[in-house]
Write a protein that binds this ligand. Structure first.
Ligand SMILES: [Cu+2]
Length: 464
């Protein structure tokens, strides 16, 4: 463990310094922003080029997305996979083409399905109108679909297929980041997206499985993982996304990082840590602001190190620790009645052995037979997720269409104000959340372990 690299997180709200730094950013354009027609990227040694450093990436909100099939060499084996790419891209993005827009932009995206399977796109964590959300849309092979929505809330999100079986599509690469920038994000010296995943590589068949043995960062593994380069006195924003279909990523940082966002939502009380458990579908934004007098390379890893070793190359500089440009939101008042209310909605999560394997259930039934719920637009409800799974598995529950506030965990109030769209319910426990929908429609609620979702642990919430 590194001892000389001292990280100091300055929690001073420094709005003024943020304005000064905005001016130094240039508007260089990454490759492939033009919408010229192109073939799917060359295959084989994928990824060839990828840019998940979005520090100077301009907002591009009109685009043509190709949903393609390709092959990737990974960990010594070749595998078939899907890939999201922009028409005309000459770079290859191993974790899908990042979409980077500024808050308030209207995203207009034509998705063309060049694969041999029907699919769609879900904008995970984004508050979009119900008819843009994904599950109700089907893009047949050879067809295309136009999406349009306003990127209202800044944050780190991702987009992925929601066509069942969702596991097969997401596990094989139908996903990518979508980042909605806050103006203060331009004040970070480095703004980098880190997409975590795992792949099963079988050289003989090219199959993939839910839990793979090769860990990847932005589609790269081992020595191919792009380093994080930072100099003393600089501050980096790292946007971690867990795209794994089944595994919680237990991330360890070599120095303290300061957590500013959960699932795209800013924290009223940012906190400092060296460990983060990121459930499937979950995101965390963290700040890294090292100081110290010695050049050093340290690493960010997950719990099993099977290829997931992210180098942090630190260059010493005679500088004080950078001030964070992050501005914490004002606390949202919490009605104390919510902490003691009998839940308005309860989802008991369990499993049972069915005729075709394990059935994953909500209130004893599988989708589409599971109990659905009718909620009023704009009303705040207490929703309880109770994990009674006999197999003692955690279930990360994801709700479409809104964020919810954590109230209690196993009956104990959550002290901090935390908003999420995906929350892990540990086996044998229950979690209560406060939830309000501001958009009408039928919204999905499901486990983000996608085998469980495909196996029935999903239901709908009708909001009117
Ligand atoms: Cu589950």
């Amino acid at each position: 463990m590194n001892t000389t690299m001292n990280t100091t997180m300055n929690t001073t709200i420094a709005a003024a310094s943020g304005l000064v730094l905005v001016a130094v950013l240039s508007a260089c354009s990454p490759a492939g922003d033009d919408a010229s027609q192109g073939q799917p990227p060359a295959t084989g040694d994928l990824p060839v080029v990828d840019v998940y450093d979005i520090t100077e990436t301009p907002s591009v909100s009109d685009m043509a997305l190709d949903i393609t099939q390709t092959t990737m060499n990974l960990g010594g084996g070749a595998l078939d996979r899907y890939l999201y790419t922009l028409a005309g891209d000459d770079a290859v993005y191993g974790a899908g083409r990042p979409i980077v827009v500024d808050a308030g932009d209207t995203v207009r995206l034509t998705a063309s399905n060049a694969t041999d399977t029907p699919t769609n796109i879900h904008w995970h964590g984004m508050n979009v109108p119900n008819d843009q959300d994904g599950p109700g849309i089907r893009i047949e092979p050879g067809a295309s679909h136009d999406y349009e929505f306003t990127a209202t809330s800044p944050g780190t999100y991702w987009y992925h297929s929601h066509e069942r079986p969702v596991r097969d599509q997401v596990d094989e690469g139908m996903y990518a980041p979508i980042i909605v920038r806050d103006p203060i994000d331009a004040s970070y010296d480095l703004d980098q997206v880190i997409v975590l995943d795992d792949w099963m590589v079988d050289g003989a068949t090219g199959r993939t499985e839910a839990v793979g043995e090769v860990d990847t960062v932005n589609g790269r593994t081992g020595d191919d993982i792009s380093p994080i380069e930072i100099t003393g006195g600089e501050i980096a924003k790292l946007r971690l996304i867990n795209a794994s279909t089944a595994r919680t990523q237990q991330m360890s940082f070599p120095v303290d990082v300061r957590v500013t966002h959960t699932d795209g939502a800013p924290l009223v009380e940012p906190y400092t840590t060296r460990e983060l458990a990121i459930a499937p579908g979950g995101r965390y934004d963290v700040e890294l602001a090292p100081t110290g007098g010695t050049d050093e390379t340290v690493t960010i890893t997950n719990e099993r190190d099977e290829g997931m070793v992210i180098p942090v190359r630190y260059t010493a500089a005679d500088a004080t620790a950078a001030a964070s440009p992050f501005v914490a939101p004002e606390p949202t008042p919490l009605d104390p009645e919510l902490l003691t209310r009998t839940p308005d909605v309860e989802m008991t999560l369990s499993s049972t052995m069915g005729s075709s394997g394990v059935a994953w259930t909500i209130n004893g039934e599988t989708f589409p037979d599971a109990e659905s719920f009718d909620l009023e637009l704009g009303t705040t409800y207490v929703m309880r997720f109770r994990n009674s799974d006999v197999y003692q598995l955690d279930h990360p529950m994801h709700i479409h269409g809104t964020h919810f506030r954590l109230l209690t965990e196993n009956g104990s109030p959550v002290a901090e104000e935390i908003w999420k769209d995906t929350v892990s319910i540990p086996a044998g426990t229950y979690v209560d959340v406060a939830i309000t929908f501001d958009e009408p429609g039928t919204w999905m609620a499901h486990c983000h372990i996608l085998d469980h979702e495909d196996g029935g642990m999903m239901t709908t919430i009708d909001v009117a």
